[in-house]
Design a protein around this ligand. Structure first.
Ligand code: SIN
Length: 311
């Protein structure tokens, strides 16, 4: 039977599939559902210092080829997620989970990271540099100078496993420039990609979400080609010590297979999880194992990053 076992930052996971931050991770009840599913881990909703209500509703819509959202980082505040993760460390020390966070300013981001650094948290931290939905706050990772400064300052005091959630990039020069920044820091992973920011979906004559007059992050089938390109571009460019988490357009075993072929060590499911519930992890796992069995692959390393080119 093929194995979906993987490692991130030296931690082992029985299954390479997990939720994407933002989906099924706002409350302990949702996180418990993911924890008890076939997923190998979970990531919490991106936390800010204080709880946030987020943007006005309707702020998420399933649409024919995926989803559009402008949630605006609603979350319960860092202490809620940290307390839960610390309690899980006691009850299930053999498993590792991810904590997602970002501040409303660089100073707040450092306050959050210092809180994690000074806590007993032994898991993996994901710094979200890519939320497109907070009015007036640009996606941080599109600004390479700010990204460089935040990472440089953070690694002055933060020595726990840290990775970053990235927005999609669309230009080869930007892949090069971004990789140059990331390679200067002891990151454990980059997660490619967050939603494609500021898209629009129209029904009849109207947008379908209220915030920002309808502009929102696009997920689902629309974004798989962009996600795969980002996974592979960074797989080609980053130091081998920086692993890739692939996120975007995963509904089937074939989608997960393609992310791993492009270089992903772990694969996150967002829109499909929102639409189908946690059973999606079992379905995608079975599909991925069936493809591996057919091709004679026993483990992810047998095909990870081994994308073939035409001549
Ligand atoms: C949101 O809360 O607006 C979505 C989170 C994200 O895109 O990072």
């Amino acid at each position: 039977m093929p194995s979906l076992r993987t490692q991130i930052a030296g931690f082992s996971f029985d299954n390479c599939l997990m939720n994407a931050a933002g989906v099924a991770c706002m409350t302990v009840e949702e996180l418990e559902e993911v924890r008890q599913s076939a997923a190998g881990s979970f990531v919490t909703k991106t936390a800010t210092l204080e709880a946030r209500a987020g943007n006005p509703e309707p702020r998420y819509r399933d649409v024919p080829l995926g989803s559009i959202n402008s949630m605006g980082l609603p979350n319960q505040g860092i202490d809620y997620y940290l307390d839960y993760l610390l309690s899980l460390q006691e009850s299930q020390p053999e498993r590792t989970f991810f904590l997602s966070l970002v501040g409303m300013s660089p100073d707040e981001t450092h306050t959050l990271l210092k809180k994690v650094q000074n806590s007993g948290f032994k898991g993996i931290t994901e710094l979200n540099l890519s939320c497109p939905n907070v009015p007036g706050k640009p996606q941080i990772a599109y600004d390479f100078e700010t990204t460089e400064r935040i990472l440089g300052e953070a690694f002055g005091y933060f020595d726990k496993p840290l990775g970053i959630k990235l927005p999609p990039y669309f230009d080869i020069v930007h892949f090069d420039q971004a990789a140059e920044v990331f390679n200067r820091h002891p990151l454990k992973f980059v997660n490619c990609v967050n939603s494609i920011g500021n898209g629009m979906y129209i029904e009849d004559e109207s947008v379908v979400i209220r915030p920002k007059n309808g502009f929102g992050g696009i997920g689902g089938e629309y974004i798989k080609p962009t996600a795969l390109a980002n996974v592979h571009a960074f797989y080609q460019r980053l130091n081998p010590s920086i692993q890739i988490i692939g996120t975007g357009g995963v509904y089937t075993g074939r989608d997960a297979f393609e992310h791993i072929l492009c270089g992903a060590s772990m694969v996150q499911i967002g829109t499909a999880l929102h639409q189908q519930g946690v059973e999606v992890f079992e379905r995608v796992s079975l599909g991925l194992k069936a493809i591996m069995a057919k091709k004679g692959y026993e483990k992810l390393e047998d095909f990870k990053g081994k994308l073939k080119y035409l001549g």
